[in-house]
Design a protein around this ligand. Structure first.
Ligand SMILES: [Zn+2]
Length: 324
């Protein structure tokens, strides 16, 4: 086992070597996804590897900015920048972004784009927190979802939920303290005041992540438009608000459709982001971008490069499968 791990590390170091990667990532822009930056993270973030500590974050920002030209979303859309380039994005709006990430990034002069769902910011229950909590803690819920979406039961139950299905389940079976347990599970979100404060920072930009964190694939076209507009109305209140959209969950094949990307563009989204794990070849006309998650397991630039290469390979395979 030790030998296998050593071999894996060796391969990762060779594949992720900065010289090789500089050549491979020539003419690319990579978009990194974070969620929380905290020393006291929630069980939700722990379960899904969505948190890095502030000291891990500082280390990651150092090696990322040493190897990539850091850009902001306005520069990304113009398409005119030196490569390899990178944009740091955050999803959801957890409090660690405001408390820890923003001050660190301000000091390092690194821009960030935060994709917000305003529902939990306004104090409503965070959809992703609810469905991941039920998936992890309630076997009857998993059975209930799988019975209704049987043909897709290879996916985790939290990716298979439409809003009505969960409302039905919770009103029939939810315990009276369910909401309190779910809130404790996913932890603290930023507040409107946090958003107002951070908006004064020239390195901070806001984008749209639906009003609540639904899997877009299970929304009707009208629900998708309504969720987009309701959220965008709040984002437009801020001078750092942009008409940029990231799909919640974001996985190709299970979290959105090509038709939905067109609907969002028709709603006014200037660019649409998903989370397939790959990088993007720079193309001035491009308005759909892939992103890659960064977590505590990314300790060196080699780790990050090999993750990007693996994601880009998966993206190439997806394109290849569509053409045959
Ligand atoms: Zn999200």
């Amino acid at each position: 086992m030790v030998t296998l791990n050593l071999l894996k590390n060796r391969i990762r170091n060779i594949v992720g070597h900065p010289q090789l990667s500089r050549w491979m990532f020539k003419d690319t822009v990579s978009l990194f996804v974070y969620h929380d930056v905290s020393d006291e993270t929630s069980l939700f973030c722990q379960a899904h590897a969505l948190n890095v500590t502030p000291s891990q974050f500082v280390e990651q920002m150092k090696f990322i900015s040493d190897h990539f030209h850091m850009i902001d979303p306005d520069v990304l859309l113009k398409g005119d920048f030196p490569t390899p380039a990178a944009l740091v994005t955050f999803d959801d709006g957890m409090s660690g972004y405001f408390k820890n990430a923003v001050p660190i990034m301000e000091k390092m002069k690194i821009p960030s784009l935060l994709f917000l769902n305003m529902a939990p910011i306004e104090g409503k229950l965070f959809w992703s927190g609810l469905v991941t909590y039920l998936t992890a803690h309630d076997p009857n819920f998993v059975k209930f979802v799988q019975e209704r979406k049987g043909d897709q039961s290879h996916l985790p139950a939290f990716l298979l939920c439409d809003p009505q299905m969960v409302t039905d389940y919770v009103s029939a079976h939810g315990a009276s303290d369910l909401e309190a347990r779910v809130r404790a599970y996913y932890g603290e979100f930023g507040t409107i005041r946090d958003l107002e404060q951070a908006a004064k920072n020239p390195f901070v930009f806001y984008g749209n992540h639906l009003y609540n964190h639904y899997n877009a694939a299970w929304l009707t076209d009208d629900e998708l438009r309504e969720q987009y507009y309701q959220n965008q109305k709040s984002i437009d209140q801020f001078s750092c608000g942009r008409k940029l959209f990231a799909y919640p969950f974001g996985q190709p094949g299970s979290c959105f459709t090509v038709n939905q990307t067109q609907i969002l563009k028709d709603c006014g989204a200037e660019a649409v982001f998903f989370s397939g794990g790959g990088t993007n070849k720079v193309n001035k006309k491009q308005v759909v971008f892939d992103r890659v998650g960064v977590d505590p397991y990314v300790k060196t630039i080699n780790d990050l490069n090999s993750r990007l290469q693996a994601g880009s390979l998966r993206a190439a395979l997806r394109t290849f499968k569509k053409t045959i």
